[in-house]
Design a protein around this ligand. Sequence first.
Ligand SMILES: Nc1nc2c(c(=O)[nH]1)N[C@H]1C(S)=C(S)[C@@H](COP(=O)(O)OP(=O)(O)OC[C@H]3O[C@@H](n4cnc5c(=O)[nH]c(N)nc54)[C@H](O)[C@@H]3O)O[C@H]1N2
Ligand SMILES: Nc1nc2c(c(=O)[nH]1)N[C@H]1C(S)=C(S)[C@@H](COP(=O)(O)OP(=O)(O)OC[C@H]3O[C@@H](n4cnc5c(=O)[nH]c(N)nc54)[C@H](O)[C@@H]3O)O[C@H]1N2
Ligand code: SF4
Ligand SMILES: [Mo]
Length: 733
Amino acid sequence: MADSENRIVRTGGHHDCGGCCPYLVHVIDGKARKIEPYPEPSHRTCARCWAYPSVVHHKDRLLYPLKRTGERGEGKFTRISWDEALDEVASRLTAIRQKYGPSCTMLMSASGSRGHVHSALSVFRLFNMIGGCLVRWGSASNESNTFASIVTYGTGDNGNSMDDLANSKLIIAWGWNPMETVQATGTPYFLLKAKEAGARIISVDPRFTNTAAVVADQWIPIRPGTDAAMLIAMAHVMITEGLCDKEFLDRCTVGFGQFSDYVLGKEDGIAKTPSWANEITGVASETIVALAREYATTKPAALIDGYGPGRTAYGEQYVRAAQALGALTGNIGISGGMAPGLRQVPGFIGGMGGARGPALPIGKNPLEPDLGGIKPDKVDRDVYNRYRICTANAWDALLNGKAAGYPADIKMLYIATVNNINQWPNTNRAIEAFKKMEFIVIHEKFMTATARYADIILPVADQWERTDYQRSWMAICLTPYYIYQNKVLDPPGEAKTDFQICCELAEKLGLKGYQEKTEDEWLRTLLSEPADTARDIPSYEEFKKAGIAYPKLEKPAVAFKDEAAGRKPFPTPSGKIEIYSERLAQLNKPEIPPIPKYIPTWENLDDALSRKYPFQLITPHFKLRAHSGFDNVPWFKELEPQTVWINSQDAAGKGIKNDDKVSVFNDRGKVIITAKVTDRIMPGVLAMCEGAWFSPDEHGIDHGGCPNLLTRDKPAPSGAIPYNTALVQIERE
Ligand SMILES: Nc1nc2c(c(=O)[nH]1)N[C@H]1C(S)=C(S)[C@@H](COP(=O)(O)OP(=O)(O)OC[C@H]3O[C@@H](n4cnc5c(=O)[nH]c(N)nc54)[C@H](O)[C@@H]3O)O[C@H]1N2
Ligand SMILES: Nc1nc2c(c(=O)[nH]1)N[C@H]1C(S)=C(S)[C@@H](COP(=O)(O)OP(=O)(O)OC[C@H]3O[C@@H](n4cnc5c(=O)[nH]c(N)nc54)[C@H](O)[C@@H]3O)O[C@H]1N2
Ligand code: SF4
Ligand SMILES: [Mo]
């Protein structure tokens, strides 16, 4: 592409940002200058992609392969050629695998790219062809919601499409903040439409979010990690006041009796009354009673359970409890209702495996039996632990290996599409673990915290610098469609795509058959062959030209319509919604009981540790970043700098004023950051949004505002990462 060229290219956003917006990019004099959204109001873009030209042309893009010269983390590197870089990767990889076996290599990947050709899939494919490698299990996003949906409904395809919100009379946004986190392109628009149509909207969140501010009629602040207690107390109100949808419960569920015994106190002698929950949650009893009555008597009503409250020590109980309430009120399988949980739209291809939709085939990992895809449909999480590393245990596995029961002693990391020193919990432990490795290679665009600890950095092309396709956002494709992403620009310097890098590495490794097709051939093959896609995507050329394709779904899509109407069974062993799960009963683990229960989190306010660290820290997603992406856009920092939110009463008690420099710390680490004193957060809770770049000084104290210095790397029983369960102290600097 010539540098002087002007053109308009049809593509879209490709990061794990909550959306997947189709748009046109205007290239002027060879540089991307602006984007032009599609005219449909439901396809409107957010501030981040408007700023994307400044990310793609950022002065700090990595342009050449780099080799470490200083200590790990010191940031000293020297430029080398691609030939030298790939020779070194190939020879180290071969030597280490020969010495220790293939499972000593761990592939770490996540959400940097959602493309169906250009992503970590390229690396998976390579490793699977050379004997396999160790991988992780457990989504950083929604493992609680995923697990609970598998248990309760037998599927994660339990969501109504977002255009159905307009049919709801009541929307309970439980730890759900789409005005900032988007939650599938179009959701903010559909939520506004619902409001216009007269829906009452209630936000249950420790923070008064933009969703609470813009659309909610009521804000109910709640102590982090206690949601299950409030939901269970709402069940108490519904049961004792005779407000349950008995007919729905009898016809569509199993286990209401056992749940009811627990709720009423017949099981353990403790009635789960609103005043019981008030003590735990900090929510007034009357508020709990009123919300229970309102949800039970307003039909249809959608309880939408965000992923944030699931990222707590026993987050799966919150989702299971929300699902029980969905069933108690009969709001499952109807338009305007919602089955709480993962909330993928049924009928949209892919289901719960891998890249969801036809994607670069990665083959099978020879080190594993068939676990049924990247996210297999199993309630027994230990099955995965035998072959993979639970994400929340990653650092422990690197540090302690087989001696601690992990499948291998890991010696080498191959990293692509993740900035996990920044984004996985307990950054200081991550550093300790990285230092122990013999060899680390990463594909990156920027000198991230993780790249700083690598031995070889391979500069990777950006999403606008290649051609690909993807489907709408992540697991909860609440607004289902596909977008085609035409290449906008050539990669800068010597950067190459993940796929190209792997093709060249395959050659160095003497591997035959990796490069059987080009990018274009893969796309044509993927998009024309499978019957599933043929149903949704008219023809390759048409799709490429239009940039978008819509699946032929009934609109709005309503999950479990047939099941709720008795036309087919739920895909669970009992064929019903499992409020009581026999599969969980058989596991016989008290921390993961067969009915939803309130289990107090570790590091809660009753913990002795709270005397030293009296504040609960939550670490939500940030409006102006996609994880660690966009943190290097200077005017975003000006618009809204990274801060820790503290309630004005708490701040007064600590002598902290707005804009003061404070330190937030616990035994895991310390962050120096600016305080935002505000009544938009409840007392006792601090909020520091995730994604800010870890910027340590010589003592390892972070000045960038990265909350993972403070979070704990211990999985919830479902495998969820408890990013919102951590005790901290705050002091004026
Ligand atoms: N404290 C706290 N931490 C959290 C969360 C939280 O709620 N609280 N949320 C978690 C969640 S839900 C998620 S999904 C994770 C996300 O965490 P990550 O998956 O680590 O996401 P990013 O920070 O965006 O890092 C992706 C990296 O990929 C790079 N990249 C972009 N495009 C490409 C590409 O095409 N190829 C390659 N090789 N690299 C590319 C980017 O430059 C970036 O550095 O964060 C988790 N971390
Ligand atoms: N702007 C933006 N949008 C994004 C992303 C991003 O990085 N930036 N990331 C995308 C990705 S990958 C994901 S997985 C999703 C994440 O989507 P979510 O997980 O829903 O987002 P969060 O902001 O982590 O959490 C939602 C809300 O839960 C609240 N919360 C935290 N702990 C608790 C609790 O214990 N109880 C209750 N009731 N509320 C609690 C937080 O204050 C927050 O307002 O967002 C996507 N959208
Ligand atoms: S939601 Fe995502 S794809 Fe859409 S404009 Fe925002 S950052 Fe870009
Ligand atoms: Mo996520």
